[in-house]
Ligand binder design. Structure first.
Ligand code: PMP
Length: 390
């Protein structure tokens, strides 16, 4: 039967990692794969994570099954961080642990498909390349609209307004809560307020993807748009990832939260979330969520985590400032947030940056600002100039 399959293209970012490793030039710079890197270029295990793992090693006395909802204490302890302390809508929320933010998106997509199979997902482009395939594989139609103009590095707000205004009641709007991937371009609070009004007026359901909380302007600020929306709408989904802000990537730590109109709907959503989880992965992997729970249960480990996250956030924003200072045409990079910026360039230019300058970024022009040191700014700018990007 496998002769019936068509081969699929390999992930180009993985090829980029290999090419970078094989490059023996001293000044090479890796702005490719989307993970945080410290000043030594490493993606370290966070100190709070090490402390929690030590604690778990000593105290965990069973690995028996937990159930499709996973670690519910983990799910509950994240709530004040994401939604604020005692929000008005708190009693209309339910959450379930998922394998990463990807698992949360997939579970949310299946829940939507079960609840409202004719719903369309509105997706601003460019977006994380896995968004459209995840919704597509859950048999949901995806309608894309242009979210940003990469040449001017500006939000195309009229295109956002047009897309939301022409959507049908019950359609779902995928929104990056903060630190947009791949562009780093987030809406202003005024634009978020406008979007909130449109969601309410057209009875649309926001699906907020929050994968980088704390890596933009800080935990509270990064959650502000999501909280504003949740205060205003009846129903929503939130896909949360701890893989970046706890540095847990391969442990696959995330949660899906659903906000429903009332208790009856909430219980129905909850039972359907558990049923979908059961057929997808039966139960989510425990270790990463147990680490996050352990950190959040301890004041000392929480303080350690918050301080380290703050350091990470400042390092990325420092790199942004260094690039902007090295070239006036890159001033926009200092205003953007999160790990990424997406320059407007052809694939050939991205290839030339690698071949002639040892600067590795995705073929799309996406670069990970955590991959550089502030002292790399001049070399990056010189290479961009030489290739006609500036
Ligand atoms: N959403 C966005 C916007 C992302 O960038 C990512 C990860 N790259 C995810 C979701 C998925 O996160 P996870 O690794 O936790 O599955």
């Amino acid at each position: 039967m496998f002769d019936q399959l068509n081969s699929r293209p390999a992930d180009s970012l993985l090829a980029l990692i290999k090419a970078f490793q094989a490059d023996d030039r001293a000044g090479k710079i890796d702005l490719g794969v989307g993970v945080y890197r410290d000043a030594m270029g490493r993606t370290p295990v966070m100190r709070a994570v090490k402390a929690a793992e030590q604690f778990l090693l000593e105290t965990q006395d069973s690995k028996k099954y937990l159930g499709p909802e996973g670690d519910l204490q983990f799910v509950r302890l994240l709530e004040p961080i994401i939604f604020g302390k005692a929000p008005d809508f708190g009693h209309r929320l339910v959450g379930i642990q998922t394998p990463g933010g990807s698992g949360a998106l997939r579970l949310g997509a299946e829940l939507i498909q079960t609840a409202h199979p004719s719903a369309t997902i509105l997706l601003g482009t460019p977006s994380w390349p896995n968004h459209a395939p995840i919704f597509g594989s859950a048999r949901l139609p995806v309608k894309e609209y242009a979210f940003v103009d990469l040449v001017s590095q500006q939000v195309k707000f009229e295109s956002v307004v047009a897309a939301l205004s022409s959507a049908r009641e019950g359609d779902v709007v995928l929104l990056h809560g903060c630190c947009h991937n791949p562009t780093g371009i987030d809406f202003t609070m005024e634009q978020w307020a406008e979007i909130t009004k449109l969601l309410v007026a057209h009875r649309l359901v926001p699906f907020i993807d929050l994968a980088y909380q704390g890596l933009g302007d800080g935990l509270e600020q990064d959650a502000a748009p999501a909280r504003m929306i949740l205060e205003a709408v009846d129903e929503a989904l939130i896909a949360y990832s701890c893989d970046k802000n706890f540095g847990l990537y391969r442990e696959r730590v995330g949660a899906l939260y659903v906000m429903a109109r009332n208790g009856d709907d909430l219980r129905k959503a909850e039972s359907n979330m558990a049923a979908h989880a059961r057929v997808n992965w039966s139960m989510p992997p425990d270790h990463g969520a147990a680490i996050v729970r352990t950190i959040l249960e301890s004041d000392e480990m929480s303080a350690m985590w918050r301080a380290e996250l703050e350091e990470m956030c400042q390092r990325v924003n420092g790199n942004r400032a260094a690039l902007a200072a090295a070239a006036p045409d890159l001033a926009f990079i200092a205003r953007q947030r999160g790990l990424f910026s997406n320059l407007s360039m052809s694939r050939d230019t991205a290839v030339a940056l690698r071949a002639s300058h040892g600067i590795y970024l995705a073929d799309s022009g996406r670069m990970n600002l955590a991959g550089m040191q502030p002292t790399d700014a001049d070399a990056i700018v010189a290479a961009l100039r030489a290739e006609g990007c500036l």
